[in-house]
Every structure is written in structure tokens, then in C-alpha cells.
Design a protein around this ligand. Sequence first.
Ligand SMILES: CC(C)(COP(=O)(O)OP(=O)(O)OC[C@H]1O[C@@H](n2cnc3c(N)ncnc32)[C@H](O)[C@@H]1OP(=O)(O)O)[C@@H](O)C(=O)NCCC(=O)NCCS
Length: 175
Amino acid sequence: MVELRDFRAADCRQLVEWIEGPAELWNWSGHHFSWPFDEGQLAEYAAESATPLRQSWMAFDPTNDHVVGHVSVRIDAANASGRLGRVLVAPEVRGKGYGAAMLTKALDAGFGDLGLEQIELGVWDDNANAIRLYEGLGFGCDRVLRDVVQFAGKSWSAMQMILPRSAWAADAASA
Ligand SMILES: CC(C)(COP(=O)(O)OP(=O)(O)OC[C@H]1O[C@@H](n2cnc3c(N)ncnc32)[C@H](O)[C@@H]1OP(=O)(O)O)[C@@H](O)C(=O)NCCC(=O)NCCS
């Protein structure tokens, strides 16, 4: 249902178009980028994605070639650990299973070709859709960093989630 291809600098425009406002930008990237969002802010990210430090992908539906999402893994090779991030599904196709399919492929790559032993991520603790998506893939809550930042008049807490290779392998075996 979904295939991944490498993210390229030319895809930055698509990411900017998918981010519909400051709340969405905050959910997607925390304080890494600022509103109004533009392609220039993604230059460093695109450059890092072309190095072994980060693997970033665009997800597309092979039945019609439509690009449906984006995801990235920052790689800590010394610890065989990856940090999943920049998870985004095109607004018009959310709730159709693309997010789960895209992340399944990214995790396959992380535990497969990239040889990672664990993959972690951070998500604001009020982002129920994303947390449900991650839990469905086997991620568990490792800890919650309470009230780490103030934004838009409220205090934000970041849930840190983790998926060890053993849990992924067990899930894959039972699928
Ligand atoms: C979070 C996001 C990636 C989910 O992608 P998606 O394609 O809509 O997710 P899926 O359709 O694959 O759904 C996966 C699971 O999440 C749940 N889910 C996703 N969107 C949901 C919604 N709007 N309401 C309720 N549940 C939702 C689904 O029910 C499904 O769980 P289930 O299999 O138990 O039913 C997407 O909403 C998004 O891009 N959000 C904005 C950016 C963002 O918040 N990124 C995460 C940063 S940490």
C-alpha cells in the first residue's frame, strides 16, 4: 500500500505545503522550525538527510504514485540506536492507514538495512492520534518529560517512546 523513496531537497516544498498552520508545525517538529514555515528552514535538514547521520524518506502509494507522507530516522551509529521523527501524512489522506503503513516500512528499514537495535521517538503527550499510531506499532512509553517548554500560552510535556528490536522481531514473527 505504501513504498518509501529517499527524501530529496526538491521535496521540501511538499512538506511546507502539508503543514497547514503553526499548531501543526509545532506538533510535527516542536521548536525546530518557526511559523511562517518555508523551504529555507529545511535546508539544513535536507543536507543532513543526505549523510549517514539521517535517513529520510517520502512515502508514496504505488497504485497511483501519489506522495502521501514523510518520515525520518536520525542515526546514532555508535549505540545502534535511531530516533524516529518528522512523521507527517498528507492532510487529505489521514485516517486511511498510510501513517501505519509508512512507519512499518521505516521500522523495517531501521531494524533491517540500518541494523538498529532500538528506535525511540518523542511526541507531545496530547497528540493522541500520533500516540495511538505509535502504540499500534509496538512502541511503549519510556518516560514523560513534564512541562519542558512553554508555547502558545501552555506548558508542554513530551512523551518518550521506545521500540527495541526484540519487540519488533516478535511482532513481525506473529504477523
Ligand atoms: C499522526 C499522523 C501521522 C497519523 O497518520 P494517519 O495516516 O492518519 O494514521 P493511520 O490512518 O495510519 O492510523 C494509525 C492509527 O492511528 C489512529 N488515528 C490516526 N488518526 C486518527 C484520528 N484523526 N482520530 C483517531 N485515531 C486516529 C488510527 O485510528 C489508527 O489506529 P487503529 O489502527 O488502532 O485504528 C497524522 O495524523 C499526521 O500527519 N499528523 C500531523 C503531524 C503529527 O502530529 N506528526 C506526529 C509527530 S510526533
